[in-house]
Structure formats: structure tokens, C-alpha cells
Design a protein around this ligand. Structure first.
Ligand SMILES: [Zn+2]
Length: 423
């Protein structure tokens, strides 16, 4: 790999957490681009064409040229799991799945210690410092380039990671975060669970920590269609489930978030099925088009001084496959056109989506910036308080999303006059 200068990851993170101002866009555009990594094709198994096919790409990181067989063995093991595990969504519809396996050699193995610098490997996979989550990070643009060279319409990428020492976990980024699985060699049993994250945005249903979900993390829960903040289970009615007993605890937190009480691969790798909410999301499949925009919301003025503003929303029809909604309330200091608001909304959504990779990330907060308030909502929510608003000009931007895409925005502009509240 070439020793070209690269943007420090912490700098990139700071950039991404900013709204995309022209300056930030310029800095990103000037950041050095990695040369495309061209993988050699090891094998393909193409059984389906058209929109109902699902394409998985397998790539290595940390395998030297002479270790290609070890990579191939790991891929074969992972594929065997997908073809035989009782709960597998691949096994149950094998004819719809296409596999593409490519190889890119590395000069050395990936580091296995959190915070260690990336080595001379194909995609520079390493573990972030523990205080930044301790998770896998890679040169995601290079992975994307290699995956695109193998399968232009890929749905998920599985990077098999060979490390200098043992790494005790795998990760699966959600579809909106790139649908990348990082699977340490020897962790093939986890592939179905990780693809649950990367193809269907399913959240972890296990509980390790004894603490409640921090309130600041509530914004990420709507991104996971199998989890809910509402113990009544109303969210799962939007998936067509009429009665689905719930239990408290998910995302590794003991309380404050709910999941189905049924056994599930997202809770236990050895489970023989997915729970009803996960199964409903998997059965609905990957969407082929963005969802429709929401109905314009109704703004509700406060009843008296010191009372909150609110917004009332219309439920989306089930066939629209709406899994969540996002509203951003902007307070405007100057006239702001719709295009600028769309850019700022997209940046806000990207911040909240990024939180799914970095739970408890102080640098991301709840996704809101100064003069912006983010409201991340499960699809059954029909009323949301916006808070007590100071006099000024505002615009509420609202969109709804399916697994892969976000609808166009509905913008509601309004003014809070100094005399608006009756005395
Ligand atoms: Zn589940």
C-alpha cells in the first residue's frame, strides 16, 4: 500500500459531526483519496438476477498473498453456516442469494489491540481506542471501491479479518452506515447475526450491562425496527404483529428499551429462529424504492405561556414500509432556502445514524446541534412535543425512512411571535 498522507480519523469524525457547510465540503473534497484496490475474483455463485436478488461480497483484510487458502476456508465456513443454520434467511431462500468472493493481499496481519495504529493491510482494519468505542474501523472507501469492482449492486460486504492476536467480537454496520460486516477469522458462527444488522438494521437484543439505556441514546432506537422505547408493543403492530409479548433490555442495556420476549438470533447466536419482529422485517425484504414523504404534520401551538409546542403526525400505511421518522426543528437567524435545509437535515440524519456505530458517543450527543433539535421517532408515534420555543422564525423538516432510504422532506415554516402565548 502506498504511504500517502491520510486524514486523521479523529479529524474526519469531527468533520462529519459538523453540518456540511461549504467549508467542510471543501475540506472533504481536498482530503487525499485512496487509490482504488482492485480485488482478484476467487469465485462467484450467482443464482439470481433482478431486483429480488441479494448480493453478498466477501473480502479479506490482514491475509498475506500466501495465506489466501486460510481466507477461502473462512469464507467457505461462513457460507456453510448461512446455508445450514436453522434460522438462516439465506438457507430459506437460497436461490435469491448471490455470492462474490474477491482477494486483496495484505503485507501483514491487522492489529488486535484497541487503539493500535493500522498496519500495512489491504483495508487498514484496526480497533479504535476503547474511549472511542474500541470497535473495528477500516478504510471504508477502499472497501466500497473493491466491493463495487466485484458486484456493483452489492447489498452487504463481509470483511474477514486476520489479526495479529485474538479479537473477541464481530461487528455489522447498519445499511445506512455502509452495510459492512467485520468478521474475525474463526468467528464465522456470528455471520447470520451480523448480517441481521447489516441487511435488515436489526439491533442487538442481548443485555450485558446492568445499566439503563442513557436517554441521550434514545435517538438511535428508531433505527432498529426490532426494538422499541414503548413497552406497549405498538411499534410491532406497524409490522403486522397483533400480540407480541415484550421484555425489557436490549442493545446491551438492562432497562429503558424493549424487545420481543421470544428467542432470537439477535440475542443468542445459537437460537434456532428470529423473534417475530425480526422475522417480519426479514420477510418484508429489502425495499426497492424510497418511501413516500409523510403527510404534512399539524403544528399545535401551546395552550399557555411556558407550555410546549407540539406536532401531530399521520400514521404511514403499512405497505409504505416506513420503519422510522426523523424531524429536525431549525431555528433560523436569517432567511434559509429549502436546499440548505435539505443539506442540514441530511447531515443531522447522518449524525444520528452514525450513533448506531458509536453508542454512548459524547462527541455525537443526541444528534442535535445549536439551533437544531433532532426528533428521531418510531413509526407509530403520532404526537411529539417540540418543547417551549423562544420567539423567532422556525422550520420543522420531517421525513420518513425505510431500511435503505429516506423520503423527500416536508417543510413547515412558522413564527413564534413574542405575544403568541396568551397571558
Ligand atoms: Zn429479534
Amino acid at each position: 500500500m502506498s504511504p500517502r498522507p491520510r486524514v486523521n480519523r479523529a479529524d474526519l469524525r469531527a468533520l462529519r459531526s459538523l453540518p456540511m457547510t461549504p467549508l467542510a465540503l471543501l475540506v472533504l473534497a481536498l482530503a487525499p483519496q485512496e487509490p482504488a484496490v482492485a480485488p482478484s475474483v476467487l469465485w462467484r455463485d450467482v443464482r439470481a438476477t433482478g431486483t429480488s436478488s441479494i448480493d453478498l461480497v466477501f473480502l479479506p483484510d490482514g491475509f498475506r498473498a500466501e495465506e489466501r487458502d486460510a481466507f477461502e476456508r473462512s469464507v467457505r465456513t461462513a457460507v456453510e453456516r448461512l446455508e445450514t443454520l436453522e434460522a438462516s434467511f439465506v438457507r430459506s431462500a437460497r436461490e435469491r442469494w448471490n455470492l462474490h468472493v474477491g482477494f486483496v493481499p495484505s503485507r501483514e496481519a491487522c492489529p488486535s489491540r484497541a487503539g493500535a495504529l493500522a498496519r500495512d493491510t489491504a483495508f487498514r482494519t484496526h480497533l479504535e481506542p476503547d474511549e472511542e468505542g474500541g470497535l473495528f474501523a477500516s478504510d471504508d472507501a477502499a472497501i466500497e471501491g473493491a466491493a463495487r469492482a466485484l458486484a456493483p449492486g452489492r447489498d452487504a460486504v463481509v470483511v474477514i479479518v486476520r489479526s495479529a492476536g485474538r479479537v473477541g467480537f464481530a461487528t455489522g454496520d447498519l445499511p445506512r452506515e455502509g452495510a459492512r460486516v467485520r468478521l474475525p477469522e474463526g468467528f464465522e458462527d456470528a455471520i447470520l447475526h451480523e448480517l441481521g444488522h447489516s441487511l435488515f438494521a436489526l439491533g442487538d437484543e442481548y443485555v450485558g450491562r446492568r445499566r439503563p439505556l442513557p436517554t441521550v441514546e434514545n435517538a438511535v432506537v428508531p433505527f432498529y425496527p426490532n426494538l422499541t422505547l414503548d413497552r406497549s408493543g405498538a411499534r410491532f403492530a406497524t409490522l403486522g404483529l397483533t400480540s407480541s409479548p415484550l421484555e425489557e433490555g436490549a442493545l446491551d442495556f438492562r432497562t429503558g428499551v424493549f424487545r420481543s420476549a421470544a428467542p432470537c438470533v439477535m440475542r443468542d447466536l445459537e437460537a434456532t429462529r428470529f423473534c417475530p419482529p425480526c422475522a417480519a422485517v426479514i420477510a418484508a425484504g429489502l425495499p426497492e424504492a424510497p418511501p413516500p414523504p409523510p403527510e404534512p404534520p399539524r403544528l399545535v401551538a401551546p395552550r399557555g405561556e411556558g407550555e410546549p409546542w407540539a406536532v401531530e403526525l399521520t400514521s404511514a400505511p403499512r405497505e409504505a414500509h416506513v420503519l422510522r421518522r426523523l424531524a429536525v426543528l431549525f431555528r433560523l437567524d436569517a432567511a434559509t432556502d429549502d436546499a440548505t435545509l435539505r443539506t442540514r437535515f441530511a447531515a443531522a440524519e447522518a449524525r444520528v445514524s452514525r450513533k448506531t456505530r458509536y453508542m454512548e458517543s459524547p462527541w455525537l450527543g443526541d444528534g442535535s446541534l445549536a439551533d437544531e433539535a433532532v426528533f428521531s421517532m418510531e413509526p407509530q408515534i403520532t404526537r411529539r412535543e417540540l418543547g417551549v420555543l423562544a420567539p423567532g422564525q422556525y422550520v420543522l423538516a420531517l421525513a420518513q425512512a425505510n431500511l435503505l432510504e429516506t423520503s423527500s422532506l416536508v417543510l413547515v415554516r412558522f413564527e413564534v411571535a413574542p405575544s403568541a402565548a396568551p397571558r
